[in-house]
Design a protein around this ligand. Structure first.
Ligand code: NAD
Length: 414
């Protein structure tokens, strides 16, 4: 397994924390405490395949920092997942939870596997084996896993079932991202896109002197999955003009605006979004369109030193994790582009996971509008503290977010 991309991801997450912590003048031992994971569980999983043969998989649960509360983070099933990647993602979860103002530390889990090559019964046996392996190190007040790349609410239902069978009691707050029928939260599906819109609106309120009116602002959205679709739909409903949308096979552009619901209906019929309108564009073209707001909501590193100079948007909302390379980020920030960092922009998902956890612990059952209202209050509060730090210390939002997170984590360390 080539672990170079995972290593690079870990190195850059750690370098960012170190750089921020050094500027904050933290001592070396404190920096180490913020960087090093508290626990790194690595294990093998043996699964009986449908042909009767046994197969061994490698898995991890890395618990990075618990100063602010139980570890929180998803479980990823991917053929290129390696330990370093899981550790990097666990580290970034500590930062994200602190930025979002949640009473959580950061954790992440993963298995090196291509789930598309497994039958459904093999996938269930693998998920149950993983849950059994981590049962003794998780719990509602210890570590609360959730879905991530290639893991679904159904997989969470198998995992929590396995966990509860071993424990011998119900514990709905131990996993989030569950199906609603077993204690999942209403509003979770749309939460990441909805949270991104709340943050964008809060930012525009602050910079309205330098931007045109909301209703005439144009947006380009790359990626039309869970995050991209709900963001585009809700932005359109809020009165923004969503002029471009793309998926992995290309995109569409209409300067008069697109209706994301109609684009989704087209995609369901034809399998792609391009072709919905006469103006087809590539993913590369989408990133450099003359729009006010660019929303990368698909993959990491899509804006790099190769295309950053061509980006015309005045605001970039990082809905995907890490869509800008470090070089592109530095270039665009210097140019005056306002970049809302991923740790804040896409924290709506983990915020509603927190609301699911609270409901599970307390036996509450909130309506969708209650969940949306609480999400709005929490994510706007998170934005406000980062905005304030960025204004008072004259630093970009990303640097401010890391500083706020590290301050919160270190002040909770005894
Ligand atoms: P998804 O699998 O539902 O959708 C991904 C979308 O990206 C699809 O429309 C796909 O066609 C598109 N895509 C894939 N390759 C592409 C390419 N080369 N160019 C353009 N589009 C491409 O995934 P998602 O849950 O929407 O997640 C998207 C991003 O948001 C990821 O970076 C993820 O880590 C991040 N994120 C998701 C959540 C969540 O709650 N789902 C929370 C936080 C962060």
């Amino acid at each position: 397994m080539d672990n170079a991309p995972g290593k690079k991801m870990l190195e850059s997450a750690q370098a960012l924390i170190r750089k921020t912590a050094e500027k904050m003048k933290l001592d070396e031992e404190m920096i180490k405490r913020v960087i090093e994971p508290e626990f790194a569980h690595e294990f093998s999983l043996t699964v009986t395949m449908d042909n009767g043969k046994k197969k061994v998989f490698r898995g991890w649960r890395i618990q990075h920092n618990s100063a602010l509360g139980p570890y929180k983070g998803g479980i990823r099933f991917h053929p290129e997942t390696v330990r370093e990647e899981v550790q990097a993602l666990a580290t970034l979860m500590s930062i994200k939870c602190a930025v979002a103002g949640l009473p959580y530390g950061g954790g992440k889990g993963g298995i090196t596997v291509d789930p598309k090559k497994l039958s459904k019964t093999e996938l269930e046996r693998l998920s149950r084996a993983f849950a059994a392996r981590i049962t003794h190190v998780i719990g509602e007040d210890v570590d609360v896993p959730a879905p991530d790349v290639n893991t679904t609410p159904e997989i969470m239902s198998w995992m929590i079932d396995e966990y509860q069978k071993i424990k011998g009691y119900k514990s709905p707050a131990t996993f989030t991202g569950k199906p609603v029928s077993i204690g999942g939260s209403l509003g979770r599906t749309e939460a990441t896109g909805r949270g991104g819109l709340f943050v964008l609106q809060a930012l525009l309120e602050k910079i309205k002197g330098s931007m045109p009116k909301f209703s005439s602002l144009t947006i380009a959205v790359q990626g039309f999955g869970n995050v991209g679709y709900y963001f585009a739909k809700l932005a359109h409903e809020a009165g923004f003009k969503v002029v471009a949308i793309s998926d992995s096979r290309g995109g569409v552009y209409d300067k008069d605006g697109l209706d994301p619901v109609a684009v989704l209906a087209y995609k369901k019929k034809k399998g792609v979004v391009s072709g919905y309108s006469s103006k087809k564009i590539t993913n590369e073209e989408l990133l450099t369109l003359p729009v006010d707001i660019l929303v990368p909501a698909a993959l990491e590193n899509v804006v790099s030193e190769k295309n950053a100079a061509k980006v015309k948007a005045k605001v970039i909302l990082e809905m995907a994790n890490g869509p800008l390379t470090e070089e592109a980020y530095l270039f665009l920030s210097k140019k005056g582009v306002v970049i809302i960092p991923d740790v804040l922009a896409n924290s709506g998902g983990v915020t509603v996971s927190y609301l699911e956890w609270v409901q599970g612990k307390a036996g509450y059952w909130w309506s969708e509008s209650e969940v949306n209202q609480k999400l709005k209050e929490m994510i706007v509060r998170a934005f406000e503290s980062i905005w304030e730090k960025s204004v008072t210390k004259k630093m970009p939002l990303k640097q401010a977010a890391f500083e706020v997170a590290i301050e919160r984590i270190t002040s909770a360390m005894v």
